[in-house]
Every structure is written in structure tokens, then in C-alpha cells.
Design a binder for this molecule. Structure first.
Ligand code: ZN
Length: 404
């Protein structure tokens, strides 16, 4: 279980995003699983899974936040990682729409797309299909066996971590979704990408990642976890790109303001800010300051809410067994005795166990016969989808979005 101890004074003191000193701690959680999407075969393996500490620190110079205590050597990204969200109709509709939008807006047709951190290549398949493109996906957790036959001709997967050895791939489009937040040395990473592009000026670079502004505003402690060592706002993301030699042409929010989308092209050197969303340093500093109280308040709120549900005879259920669910349960310190059920619609997740707290992950049908289930939806955007799925399996339950 996480312990409340004073923050360790070791760890990073210089911002990996801009190089400035003076990182200020705003939140900490200790003893959390270092991985939350790895399929774990037994409750014992899940409870005993290696743990690490997190101290979320803010850089007032560039607006970036990071886990100052992050240790990149602990990770084992591999084919047994099950991070796919492609079993959710809501997420799929978003991903399909985004692929089409990017194809139309930037003329991504008949191109070679290299995706850094492609996961199970769900999005790479969508964008290749939408624009008749060829895709090369690089990811240690890639699963070529899960590529349907109709896509095999145009998708190639490389089961490796992205690095300088991939410079030879000659991408027309470099795509990187939900990966940068897993990288600690963000400036080195982006500078490396810029070097691999070299003299070309027409390589389109597309990034997508969570927006920390919403996390800070909501005190969304379930969105802070070990794999995510780097947390960006629109402005800190654009500043990173501009300082490493990119012209940022588009910066926007999507998915109920949960995600940031960025489009950029290589430039000859650092570029100057020119998009409205970039000017957020004062706002993000304000949010970071406020989050010092907001995170503990939200933790207290959910401890109380779950205790009350149990006192009323309801059975708390967490819906969503990926990182948010793991973070929610480990931060609150709630094992199977207090939150017995965790549901996920991804069949590749079902039957394995929640890292840290050890609940077995079940399918929605598994809730049949459970008296008075009260479901905490780990992302409010899925509430309607969850209600539909419950109806389809004949389960009556309250659905509570994980916000205040
Ligand atoms: Zn910084």
C-alpha cells in the first residue's frame, strides 16, 4: 500500500524538458506498481509486483511536470503488455475520426508512416486504411500475429524500442501517440527525432498525448502513475518542439479535452511561438499550485465515497483495468476485500490481475448476480457506453463517473 512519507530529496533536480533548475514538488505517492498494463497471471504475482515512488514536480520555466523519482530501468514493455483501448466503441469512433481528419488535413495519402510506440498498431491500421498508406510500427509490445490478414500487406511491425537505428526508415509521416509521456528525457528524445529527419523539411510529425491541465484542474490522481513519467500542457509541449527545431503548425485538444494533438514540420533551428494555446505558462503554474491541495482532497473524496457505498450495502466495482484503474486502487490502497470487482471489456485483459491490489479482472457478464453493483467509470467519457453494455448483459447498476 502507498505510504505517506516526506518526499525523498534525491532524484532529478533539473528539468528534462528545458534544462532549467528548480523543480518544485506538488504531489507524491509511494510504493506504486511500476507497470499497470502488464497481464499478471495470479493475485500473488499482482500484489507482489515491483513498486516505485512518484514525486510529481513542476518546472516554472517551461510548465512541464515529471516524476522526479522515476527510474527508467524498471520497465519491461513486452508483448504481454495489454494497453489496447480498441475494444471500446467510443475510443474507436474517436480514433477513426482522427485518422480521417489527419489524412484529409495534411494530405496523408500514399505515404510511408512510421509510428513510434505503435502498441498493437490499431491506429496505424486505421490511418493506413484511410489514406492508402504504408505503415511501419515500432514497439517492444507489438504483436504481428494480431494484425488481420487484410492489413498485413501494408503494415510492418518492428518489436524494438525506437532509437537512432531507425533513422534509415525514411518516413513521410512520423506518428507518436501516447508514448512521449512514458519517456523521461523528453528533450533528448525530441532532439533525436529531429536528427533522424535530417535535411528533409516535408516530414509531417504528429503527436498525441494526455493534457496535464485537465488532470491538475480536476485533481485527477488516477491519471498520475508510474509509467507516465512526463506530463505536458499544450504550451510545454509546443515549447519542447520549438526548442528542438520544429515548426508547430497545429495544437489542439480533443477527447473531452483529455488529449493534446500536435502537428509539426522540421525547421532549421528553434522557432517562435505563434499559436494561441501555447501561451499557458501563468495558467499552468496556477493549476500546479492549486493541485497541491486538489489531489489530496480528491483522494479523500473517493475514500469517503467508496466507504459510504459499502456502508449502504452496495458493491463498488471499478470499470477499466488499465493504468487509471490501477492508479485509482493503489493510490486509495483498496484491495479485493474493499473493491472486489474490476471489469474490463478487453478480452486480452480479462482473467489477469490488477497490479498492486490483486483483483481479478472480469468481463461485464461477471457482474450478473452481484448484489447492488456501484460502478466507478475510470473515464467519464465511457459512462454511456458502460450503461449500454450493462443493459446488454442484463445487469442493473449505478454508474459513477470518476470525477468529484
Ligand atoms: Zn522546464
Amino acid at each position: 500500500m502507498p505510504q505517506a512519507e516526506p518526499i525523498n530529496q534525491n532524484g532529478l533536480s533539473v528539468c528534462p524538458n528545458c534544462g532549467a533548475g528548480g523543480l518544485a514538488d506538488i504531489y507524491e505517492v509511494r510504493g506504486i506498481p511500476v507497470h499497470s498494463t502488464l497481464n499478471l497471471p495470479t493475485a500473488e504475482a499482482a500484489v507482489n509486483y515491483p513498486r516505485g515512488d512518484l514525486a510529481l514536480a513542476f518546472c516554472a520555466t517551461c510548465g512541464f511536470l515529471c516524476n522526479r523519482l522515476f527510474d527508467p530501468t524498471v520497465h519491461e514493455y513486452c508483448p504481454q503488455c495489454e494497453e489496447s483501448q480498441a475494444f471500446s466503441p467510443t475510443f474507436n469512433a474517436f480514433a477513426r475520426g482522427l485518422a480521417q481528419r489527419w489524412v484529409q488535413r495534411y494530405g496523408v495519402r500514399n505515404k510511408t508512416i512510421v509510428e513510434i510506440g505503435c502498441g498493437k498498431a490499431d491506429f496505424l491500421m486505421l490511418i493506413c486504411e484511410a489514406g492508402d498508406n504504408r505503415g511501419i510500427g515500432i514497439d517492444p509490445s507489438a504483436r504481428p500475429d494480431r494484425i488481420p490478414p487484410e492489413h498485413r500487406g501494408r503494415i510492418r511491425l518492428i518489436r524494438e524500442l525506437y532509437g537512432p537505428q531507425h533513422a534509415c526508415l525514411q518516413a513521410d509521416v512520423l506518428l507518436c501517440r501516447h508514448t512521449l509521456e512514458h519517456i523521461a528525457q523528453t528533450r533528448d528524445f525530441l532532439a533525436g527525432i529531429r536528427r533522424t529527419i535530417g535535411a528533409r523539411r516535408d516530414t509531417l510529425v504528429l503527436f498525441e498525448l494526455p493534457d496535464v491541465a485537465r488532470v491538475l484542474r480536476e485533481g485527477a490522481f488516477w491519471d498520475i502513475y508510474y509509467e507516465h513519467c512526463s506530463y505536458f500542457s499544450a504550451g510545454s509541449l509546443a515549447r519542447l518542439f520549438r526548442s528542438t527545431g520544429f515548426e508547430v503548425v497545429e495544437l489542439e485538444r480533443d477527447y473531452a479535452d483529455q488529449y493534446l494533438l500536435l502537428a509539426a514540420y522540421p525547421a532549421d533551428g528553434p522557432t517562435r511561438p505563434r499559436l494561441p494555446l501555447e501561451d499557458d505558462l501563468a495558467q499552468i503554474a496556477d493549476l500546479a499550485r492549486g493541485a497541491r491541495e486538489r489531489f489530496p482532497r480528491m483522494i479523500g473524496h473517493w475514500r469517503g465515497a467508496l466507504a459510504e457505498l459499502r456502508a449502504q450495502g452496495a458493491q463498488p466495482v471499478v470499470w477499466g483495468a488499465l493504468s487509471k484503474g490501477v492508479s485509482f486502487l493503489t493510490t486509495l490502497g483498496l484491495g479485493a476485500d474493499q473493491v472486489p470487482y474490476v471489469v474490463d471489456i478487453n478480452p486480452h485483459r480479462q482473467g489477469s490481475y490488477m497490479a498492486g491490489t490483486g483483483q481479478r479482472i472480469i468481463n461485464p457478464q461477471g457482474l450478473r448476480g452481484v448484489p447492488r453493483p456501484a460502478i466507478v467509470a475510470m473515464n467519464p467519457i465511457y459512462c454511456d457506453e458502460i450503461r449500454r453494455q450493462l443493459r446488454s448483459v442484463g445487469v442493473e447498476a449505478r454508474v459513477l463517473p470518476v470525477v468529484a
